[in-house]
Design a protein around this ligand. Structure first.
Ligand code: ADP
Length: 262
């Protein structure tokens, strides 16, 4: 039996090593895919920039009206590239664990109100109503880094509007659950197919790349939102019905009374 158990030990050792290797291979594959994705995502706007600049150089510059339009495209593309690089830097800081959350008691009602306000003009321009559904009183404060949560909300509300059409409503909801406050962004937009839903939080995963790009998307918004929420100890889920609409729901821990003054 001693021999057998040694044999077993050896086997389990081999299995552990093999598991380690496959895990490493998977990580390596993921890393390679990521680098390929980043390169591709950066090359696409560069190709656009170059072709517009060439057109300008070849004479478009003499056409005032057309050059204005081309400059608009160039500015939009450079803005998107800047966003892309900023998003990538942020993701890599989280990956490296180099982030510090400034956790404070945050009033969710007030925060949601402020963020929604920032979308007022866009809501008017795009004719998409924004409706805030938060209890007037009694909602406990959450323990959160305000700026980071604003970024999550910006990404989610902006997505809800991006993938909705005119004369629809985006509802922003918050309510208390056990130890957490749940915040939900619900739209009546194009929705997401079941098969895409499982991959939606992956970096650069987009259902419709062209549409996302033309709307200024980087394909990183949801992965960043997820990383921020997880770093707060919360959870995030997405639920959707193709052609009907999407609901993104996340939680933040309640700020405990005894944490006051800490
Ligand atoms: P993007 O910059 O492309 O919006 P995100 O990471 O924010 O990147 O979202 C990833 C993809 O998920 C989007 O390209 C889009 O296909 C889909 N998506 C996200 N939010 C919604 C929504 N509210 N309704 C429909 N599709 C959505």
């Amino acid at each position: 039996t001693v021999l057998k158990s040694r044999e077993e030990e050896k086997n389990s050792g081999i299995i552990a090593v093999m598991q380690d290797v496959t895990e490493q291979e998977a990580l390596e594959k993921e890393r390679k895919e990521f680098v390929a994705n980043v390169s591709h995502e950066l090359r696409t706007p560069l190709t656009t920039l170059k072709s517009y600049l060439e057109a300008l150089e070849e004479g478009v510059v003499d056409d005032r009206e057309l050059s204005r339009r081309f400059l608009r495209v160039l500015l939009n593309e450079t803005d998107r590239m800047t966003r892309l690089v900023t998003d990538l830097l942020q993701l890599s800081r989280y990956d490296a664990g180099q982030y510090a959350l400034d956790l404070q008691p945050v009033n969710v009602r007030e925060l949601l109100h402020n963020v929604t306000e920032r979308f007022a003009l866009r809501s008017q321009q795009e004719n998409i109503a924004l409706s805030l559904d938060v209890p007037e009183s009694g909602l406990p404060r959450v323990k959160a880094d305000r700026d980071n949560i604003i970024q999550v909300l910006d990404n989610l509300i902006s997505n809800a509007m991006k993938y909705s059409s005119e004369n629809t409503t985006v509802v922003i909801q918050a309510h208390e659950e056990e130890n957490v406050v749940r915040i939900e962004i619900i739209d009546e937009g194009i929705g997401i197919r079941r098969r895409d839903l499982d991959r939606i939080f992956e970096r650069f995963y987009r259902v419709d790349k062209a549409r996302s790009r033309s709307m200024g998307g980087t394909g990183l918004g949801l992965s960043i939102a997820r990383q921020i929420v997880l770093a707060h100890g919360g959870t995030i889920e997405i639920d959707s019905e193709w052609g009907k609409g999407t609901r993104v729901s996340f939680t933040l821990p309640i700020y405990g009374e005894n944490e006051d003054g800490a």
